[in-house]
Design a binder for this molecule. Structure first.
Ligand code: PMV
Length: 328
């Protein structure tokens, strides 16, 4: 067999991050034009599984055991398929910035599982791929909600809510979540501008810090999570009804509540304010916070102005995204 290639998208959380870890709903969108890539080909007979990560200029071999998440994921995928590890060359690359809140880990893992399973002649469902990827997300984050692997593997806008809180080490295949596809009307797509602060923050740091504070005074945080739950539900309705002004106001409110949770940073607040001043309908931090990215909802003709304002305010990179189907 020749080379099998696959890819997977970046993602952005529109609202509800962090609260989603505590069982509240959140909305996330795939970013189809920003992707991670994997290719798989047979290696020399009797050889190991050889990984090549081109962005990182790294190569490593995986035999019958692995100690790093991607090797473990490849072995878990082979086990799931009922296959022994075999000689393969697996090449990984990505256009997605790492540790920035755009789901680069989930995208690389999803591209790997897609390419590997296809190379082995099997087509897995998004649910199966998402469950396998959740295992490697657990290695990075400890207690991920599962929203990243879900939106990346399903590759569609989703309204996501866990029915049980995640616990370290729980089987991904037994973890339950309510995943509702959230179609965005094609005639009124969501137009987003994403600004990167350039400050890399591993997701588990703000997540663990919030958990420590939550355990000290759960009632206080439950009130904020209650407000976030209400605004996420309303945001889902606003998307459905094409009421983008209302959606923008909810994103602003979500940012304020994330500030209250001590998850913003001066860099994020500066970009959020710059986007609003440049005419965004709403703006907020997105993902884990303390750094990484913010997202602004803009009118169809507002992207360039907001993108320029973000760059002027210190964003190291901006990305334009839209839920509109790609032009043919
Ligand atoms: O990995 P990030 O930065 O996109 O953050 C994930 C979103 C959180 O809600 C903060 C964590 C989670 O597991 O849902």
């Amino acid at each position: 067999m020749g080379i099998t290639e696959a890819s997977a998208p970046a993602k952005v959380i529109l609202c509800g991050e962090h609260a989603v870890v505590y069982g509240c709903p959140a909305i996330a969108l795939p970013l189809g034009n920003l992707r991670a890539y994997a290719s798989v080909r047979d290696g020399p007979p009797g050889g190991p599984m050889r990984f090549r990560a081109t962005n990182l200029h790294r190569e490593w071999d995986v035999g019958s055991s692995a100690t790093e998440p991607l090797g473990e994921l490849a072995l878990a995928t082979m086990r799931y398929l009922g296959r022994d590890p075999t000689s393969l060359v697996i090449t990984l690359s990505s256009d997605i910035p790492i540790a920035s809140g755009m789901g680069s880990g989930a995208a690389i893992a999803t591209a790997l599982v897609r390419a590997l399973t296809t190379h082995m002649g099997r087509a897995l469902s998004p649910q199966e791929i998402s469950a396998l990827v959740y295992t490697s997300e657990q290695r990075y984050h400890g207690t991920p909600s599962g929203i990243d692997n879900t939106v990346v593997a399903y590759e569609t806008p989703i309204y996501f809510q866990r029915s049980t809180p995640p616990r370290p080490g729980t089987s991904p295949l037994s973890s339950s979540a309510n995943i509702i596809p959230l179609p965005v009307p094609d005639d009124e797509p969501l137009n987003l501008v994403i600004g990167d602060t350039g400050k890399h923050v591993p997701t588990h740091e703000p997540v663990n810090d919030l958990r420590r504070r939550y355990q000290e005074s759960p009632q206080l945080y439950d009130i904020i999570f209650h407000y976030i739950t209400a605004l996420v539900k309303e945001a889902g309705d606003n998307i459905h009804c094409r009421y983008h002004e209302g959606l923008g106001a909810l994103l602003d409110r979500n940012h304020y509540l994330l500030q209250e949770l001590h998850l913003s940073s001066p860099e994020l607040d500066t970009l959020v304010l710059a986007a609003r001043k440049a005419g965004a309908l709403g703006a907020k931090l997105s993902g884990a916070g303390w750094g990484g990215i913010m997202v602004a909802l803009v009118r169809a003709d507002g992207s360039d102005r907001v993108a320029k304002a973000l760059l002027d305010a210190g964003a190291v990179q901006v990305y334009l995204a839209s839920t509109a189907p790609p032009a043919r």
